[in-house]
Ligand binder design. Structure first.
Ligand code: ADP
Ligand code: ASP
Ligand code: MG
Length: 460
């Protein structure tokens, strides 16, 4: 049993979906095919909800019409059944009615937001399952809200693993063993709360859905199909001459995802690691390529494999001379962040001061007010984290010197090195991010002759 996940660009239109079907046709094993919303659709749904909130019903109707015609047009080009076309029509008409009601009763809660966001995967999975059938493949559509379960939180919801495992194993085995289909197609990103409401797993969450299903079914392989050749030495949209990494460890891949390499959702790796399932990142536009294999432990250690970055970061400095020589300063600071549910990423400390980074997003005002009761607080928005990732780089002499030597002229406001074996991270001003990432990429990858680990794209 294999799990294959296809991201938004891999299912963006009828041609892309036919490419997905061609890839699946070559598969001999039973497969669960997890699909994202067509590319851009989730962003449109975010805009739709915002338009409704602003009572901009004209813009909202326009978006609904665009979504309707895009989905119906794609479904018709794929020769989908009348029932599928009717489903698209009725789903979006109903969404319009929900929207009108929300504008009146002003119920813009995470729960109603999730109903909007989930629509992309609800539609794409049904259209793609039908397209599989129209191409002669034996397929069953599974509504992911019947197999993936979360706590009663609707956006970025925490998964209930036991229930998810149980329901996934039951429903998918029913499709493969009882109904004898070769493919089950389901949407990523969407789930149900235990009380049966629609919830979502966080942006980019379809990778996570695929990993959860792979773990629940003890799949022999998890394939993440995307629009680049695999995990690359940096983001190809920002850095020229990136190279393909042939093999990367779970730890390295998780760290890269966490520090901003959008190619994988940060949580994807864990369910797969625990179940020791090999994960491959592959290109649906270039299926011949062997991609990147994610393995338990890298055999290529002590060198930087990739440079990741994450923008929209805020640095918070907290200092308190009153705490000099007393206990509990750090604990007090962390307690306040815990209380306000603000996740901290990087930390650097001295005896009476602490620097931390948080993602922009949740309001910091309440936490800062509490911190100010016993300390002096400074907040610096407009920062970015840059991370060099590679198993064992902490133990390799000379790496830090090369890293900092490459960054002449870049103002580094914080450093985190040594806490993990796997990464060396710095904070820079957001405006310097792309320049600094390119300087580092040039230093570590331009002249690399490590053909066993890296592949020059274009010379596969
Ligand atoms: P999907 O829709 O398939 O989930 P995403 O857009 O989420 O695709 O992720 C793929 C994108 O991730 C690539 O197009 C690339 O721009 C970006 N990316 C960022 N860092 C990396 C990296 N180190 N390796 C590969 N891709 C990366
Ligand atoms: N469609 C969702 C998003 O755009 C989930 C995903 O594609 O992984 O975030
Ligand atoms: Mg993605």
């Amino acid at each position: 049993m294999v799990v294959k996940k296809f991201g938004g660009t891999s299912v963006k239109d009828d041609i892309a979906i036919l490419r997905v079907i061609d890839i699946c046709k070559n598969e001999k094993s039973n497969s669960v095919v997890v699909v994202s919303a067509f590319s851009g659709v989730t962003n449109s749904l975010v805009e739709l909800f915002d338009a409704a909130k602003a009572s901009n019903t004209a813009r909202a109707s326009e978006i609904i019409e665009e979504l309707k015609s895009r989905h119906i047009d794609t479904a018709q080009k794929l020769n989908c059944s009348g029932a599928t076309i009717e489903f698209i029509n009725s789903t979006l008409t109903r969404l319009n009615m929900i929207l009108d009601a929300l504008v009146i009763i002003r119920e813009f809660t995470p729960r109603s937001n999730a109903v909007f966001l989930a629509t992309g995967e609800i539609l794409s999975s049904l259209i793609i399952a039908d397209a599989f059938a129209q191409c002669g493949l034996s397929v069953k559509h599974i509504d992911s809200r019947e197999i993936i379960f979360t706590e009663e939180k609707f956006i970025d919801a925490e998964v209930d693993l036991p229930k998810t495992r149980e329901m996934t194993a039951n429903l998918v085995s029913e499709a493969f063993d009882t109904e004898k289909v070769q493919f089950s197609v389901c949407g990523g990103f969407i789930a149900s709360t235990l009380s049966g409401q629609t919830s979502t797993l966080g942006r980019g969450g379809s990778d996570y859905t695929a990993a959860l299903i792979a773990e629940a079914l003890k799949a022999e392989r998890l394939e993440i199909w995307t629009d680049v050749d695999g995990i690359l030495t940096s983001d190809p949209r920002k850095v020229p001459n990136t190279k393909l990494i042939k093999e990367i460890s779970y730890d390295e891949a998780a760290e890269l995802a966490f520090y901003g390499a959008k190619v994988l959702h940060p949580k994807t790796i864990y369910p797969a690691v625990e179940a020791e399932i090999p994960v491959f990142v592959l290109n649906s536009f270039n299926p011949e390529n062997t991609g990147t294999k994610i393995i338990g432990h890298s055999i290529w250690k002590n060198r930087i494999k990739a440079i990741a970055f994450r923008e929209n970061v805020t640095v918070i400095n907290v200092s308190s001379n009153r705490m000099l020589g007393t206990f509990g300063f750090l604990a007090n600071v962390f307690d306040i962040f815990k209380k306000h549910q603000i996740p901290i990423d990087l930390v650097a400390t001295s005896e009476v001061s602490i620097s931390m980074t948080v993602d922009n997003g949740p309001s910091l005002d309440a936490a800062i007010k509490e911190l100010e009761k016993f300390s002096h607080v400074e907040v610096f928005p407009g920062k970015a984290i840059i991370s060099a990732v590679g198993d064992g780089i902490r133990n390799e002499s000379g790496i830090a010197a090369r890293f900092f030597g490459a960054l002449t002229g870049i103002n580094i406001s914080m450093i985190s090195f040594g806490a993990s074996e796997v990464n060396l991270s710095i904070i820079v001003d957001a405006v310097d991010t792309v320049k600094a990432v390119n300087m580092l990429h040039k230093e570590f990858f331009n002249d690399t002759t490590d053909n066993e680990i890296f592949v020059n794209l274009g010379q596969k």
